[in-house]
Design a protein around this ligand. Structure first.
Ligand SMILES: Cc1cc2nc3c(=O)[nH]c(=O)nc-3n(C[C@H](O)[C@H](O)[C@H](O)COP(=O)(O)OP(=O)(O)OC[C@H]3O[C@@H](n4cnc5c(N)ncnc54)[C@H](O)[C@@H]3O)c2cc1C
Length: 369
């Protein structure tokens, strides 16, 4: 079933994020009963929870996290949470497949079983050999589902390879999941495809809650033996000049109008934000930015998640080009400029002062993170 989506606030990857803390603090029953109180525990210390053990699972759900430098990402934790949704509905077990140098406690993340595989070096990407090995594992264990992360790290490449080899139509960009229904984001967020969960699912961040509470057993199974890597040399990620990303594809655009005069500050801000650069026609006419950066009726029609307009008046021809932007921030010396009416956040200020201040702030936040 395909249904049109109402425009709604998006978290990182396009879904409304539930508030797990408030849900936890509600009267929901715990996932597993607490073990006997630990002697000598100091007041306020959380009691240790007995591990959840699923001895004879009635189904196996395989989760394959992407990892970042050997650690589970937030998306990976949501992915394992999504696997739990499918497994728990059938008294099944979640089996996490991870490289041997994965440093995280996979039981706390929700794994009942763990299968490791060796890699030549941390972070080595081995889709060509991992995909057939995973299919062999899934067949041996008659796994009901295989779940992969549909995130920025590998773009869901491994999951798509597995689905192609299996000849199944995967559920991609899954934003919400129950035992009977996978909701998939389609047509850049404008509609949703709802279907029964197929064998291969590619999960977006926020699709399910990360597992908290009692750890799962994380029982190690025998190592996954990978075949010989074909003659493909992974040269690693390609550096992309984000400011040059085609405007129609950009998720974040920093745009300049005639109110911008400090061009070095403008380029620094776009680079610090990792945003594409856009402009009004006046700016392109004056040659400050190339014509392919022009946004509006006679330029590009864009629909990023965020649009930051510096010193742009908001003429109708320009506003036509940003009608579908999700969030607009405008900085303008004139509070009555039409762009300020269009903006979700309007800042009455000199663009030349806001741009370096924002660049500094983002730089500080990045260093703190
Ligand atoms: C057929 C046609 C097609 C067109 N197509 C397009 C199009 O595709 N795209 C497009 O953009 N335009 C297009 N235009 C032009 C459009 O009508 C406007 O002229 C243009 O968008 C204005 O650009 P601007 O907002 O940068 O400049 P201005 O209208 O000059 O506005 C500059 C803004 O900067 C503010 N400002 C000044 N100094 C500062 C400061 N120090 N700090 C902060 N703010 C400051 C001012 O208050 C003002 O709001 C088209 C026009 C026609 C006739």
């Amino acid at each position: 079933m395909i249904r049109r989506s109402a425009r709604r606030p998006r978290r990182e990857a396009g879904v409304v994020r539930r508030d797990p803390r408030s849900e936890r603090e509600s009267d929901a029953p715990p996932q597993a009963g607490p073990a006997a109180p630990t002697p000598g525990r100091t007041p306020g210390q959380r009691p240790e929870l007995a591990p959840v053990i699923i001895d004879q699972p009635e189904a196996i759900v395989i989760a394959v996290p992407d990892l970042d430098r050997g650690r589970l990402t937030a998306l990976d934790r949501d992915l394992i949470g999504a696997a739990r949704v499918l497994a728990d509905a059938r008294r099944g077990a979640v089996l996490v497949v991870a490289p041997s140098d994965c440093a995280d406690d996979l039981g706390s993340a929700g794994a009942d079983r763990v299968v490791r595989y060796a890699t030549p070096a941390m972070g080595t990407y081995l889709p060509a050999v991992l995909a057939p090995a995973l299919i062999g594992l899934a067949d041996r264990l008659t796994a009901s589902h295989l779940l992969f992360a549909d995130g920025p790290a590998a773009g869901g490449d491994l999951g798509r390879r597995v689905a192609a080899r299996l000849g199944v139509r995967p559920a991609v960009h899954v934003t919400s999941l129950t035992a009977g229904e996978a909701v998939c984001r389609a047509d850049p967020g404008r509609c949703e495809i709802v279907r029964a969960p197929p064998r291969v699912l590619l999960i977006e961040a926020g699709c399910a809650e990360a597992v908290t509470g009692a750890p799962h057993q994380a029982k190690p199974l025998s190592e996954l033996v990978l075949g010989r890597e074909p003659a493909i040399i992974d040269l690693g990620p390609v550096q992309v000049d984000r400011s040059a990303v085609p405007l129609v594809e950009a998720e974040l655009i920093v745009s300049a109008g005639a109110g911008v005069s400090d061009w070095a500050a403008f380029h620094r801000l776009a680079s610090e934000l990792g945003a594409a650069e856009g402009a009004s026609r006046v700016v392109c006419d004056l040659g400050h930015l190339a014509r392919d950066r022009q946004i509006g009726a006679s330029g590009a029609v864009v629909e990023p998640r965020g649009y930051l307009a510096f010193g742009i008046s908001g003429a109708p021809q320009h506003l036509q080009g940003i009608a579908r932007c999700e969030r607009v921030v405008a900085v303008n010396a004139d509070p009555h400029a039409p762009m300020m009416q269009r903006a979700d956040l309007a800042i009455v200020a000199d663009a030349q002062q806001v741009m370096p201040a924002l660049t500094d702030l983002i730089g500080r936040e990045k260093r703190r993170a």
